[in-house]
Design a protein around this ligand. Sequence first.
Ligand code: TXA
Ligand code: MG
Length: 318
Amino acid sequence: MKNSYSNIFTFNKKTLKKTVNYLKKSNVVGLPTETVYGLGGNAYSKNSIMKIFQMKARPKFNPLIIHYYNFNDAKKDIITNKYFFKLYKKFCPGPITFILKKKANSNVHPFSLAKLKTVAVRFPKHKILRSILKEIDFPLAMPSANKSSGVSPVSAEDVYEEFQKKISLIIDGGVSKIGIESTVVDLTSYPKILRPGRIDKNSIEKTLKLKINKDIRSRGIKSPGMTKKHYSPGIPVLINQKKYDGKSAFIYLGKKFKNKKNFFSLSKDQNLNIAASNLYKTFRLIKKKGYKKIQIAKIPNKGSGVAINDRIKRASNS
Ligand code: TXA
Ligand code: MG
């Protein structure tokens, strides 16, 4: 431990061993991923799953994503198809989650799947997380490490902010590079994007050589967790704002209001990937500074902008 938090640990051989032991004993651990930090537990263990739901105060009907080292580890739990293999080959390990049918004899605990017959699988890229996944012989059920409906954490300190001493081990893996949750694609029938992310619709269409429906939520099953209210920083959020109200925190793209008090740019160069990676950080910062309200300027709805708009729209529903 080389910091002022007694439960945040830097990663090394010793803390790898500690983490593996914790997980084997069905404890829940705060872990870094390239998207956001997660609250990880043994996906085969009822105890771990119950702890995760309890800590997050997460509704029981909202299933968890199951994280694996690679396909070889996942194949006993999932029924694959051609869409899966194409996307796996192109993007994994990486920030994408696949909804697939579950094999009947899978050991993934039904509680983590909210008793569904499908399973959400992800192969994360973060080096530290991969070395942990390699050491264990079970996958990790891992939601974002925040209280249900709040803002996802992108650093070990953010995880501490969410749970303080209620979590005994948080592994510090630096700031999450992507900064926004993985793209969720339903592959149980014709591909559908359930949650937009860094890997956008265009790149998925190109890889699969097909067109995905425009309105991601217009038909078919929804993700049980995609409730309207989500990603809330705990203060009102107004989107598509044109006029500054003189007192709120104002989030925008570019450098027009550089050095101006109360103005927060997500990316000086209007780069949407960078903007996405700064969104949650900026929400937390604004909240800490004591602002009572957030105004957000219109964000272009392309690439990572689609993911940003999805999250801020839900944040504005609080
Ligand atoms: O980037 C990420 O995906 C992060 C990191 C930690 O890996 N995890 C994450 O998990 O965002 P969580 O629990 O915050 O969000 C998972 C989403 C929820 O909206 C949930 O409803 C959906 O995935 N989901 C999980 N299993 C599903 C299933 N079988 N069918 C449809 N949606 C599912
Ligand atoms: Mg979440």
